[in-house]
Ligand binder design. Structure first.
Ligand code: CMP
Length: 143
């Protein structure tokens, strides 16, 4: 089975009606959508998801931002999905992102950077189970 990773379309992506364009970009880059849904994070769930950043100066603003609107977590599959997705989305700071990457195309700044991607295979596994139960992941689909 090809590797899996987790992406989240963030509130700036939803608010600016960019979800369709970003999904198109991911599909064009060869990712298969394994599962997708729309959820509203609470301060508690966002805080748990981003616990690794809880000492950072931007942590509180990040929680406010991530709870502004619903978000769209997506399980994506491809060979080397974790690395490939991080390449496709570009650097955290859009000013440093390579041309053609999702963040270069659409992100406004380091916080409002459109999309999250897991940073390792182990974190992808943890982040996928943070958002999706086994029942929500339809295996062996032929799409
Ligand atoms: P993400 O890939 O979701 O992981 C952590 C998030 O924190 C990051 O994307 C940004 O949205 C946010 N972030 C990271 N660094 C900064 C920063 N220096 N200032 C503001 N927000 C940041």
């Amino acid at each position: 089975m090809a590797e899996r990773t987790l992406a989240i379309l963030k509130p700036d992506c939803i608010r600016r009606n960019l979800a369709g364009k970003v999904l198109d970009n991911l599909l064009d880059a060869g990712f298969k959508i394994v599962a997708l849904k729309m959820v509203k994070l609470t301060k508690e769930t966002a805080g748990e998801f981003y616990a690794v950043h809880n000492e950072r100066p931007f942590y509180n603003d990040l929680l406010v931002f991530m709870t502004e609107t619903k978000v769209i977590p997506i399980i994506l599959e491809k060979q080397n999905a974790v690395t490939e997705l991080r390449k496709t989305i570009g650097a955290t700071d859009p000013a440093e992102a390579e041309d053609g990457t999702i963040r270069k195309l659409y992100a406004e700044n380091k916080q409002n950077n459109i999309i999250h991607a897991s940073d390792s295979v182990e974190n992808a596994r943890i982040e996928i189970s943070f958002f999706f139960s086994a029942k929500e992941i339809i295996e062996n689909n032929t799409l």
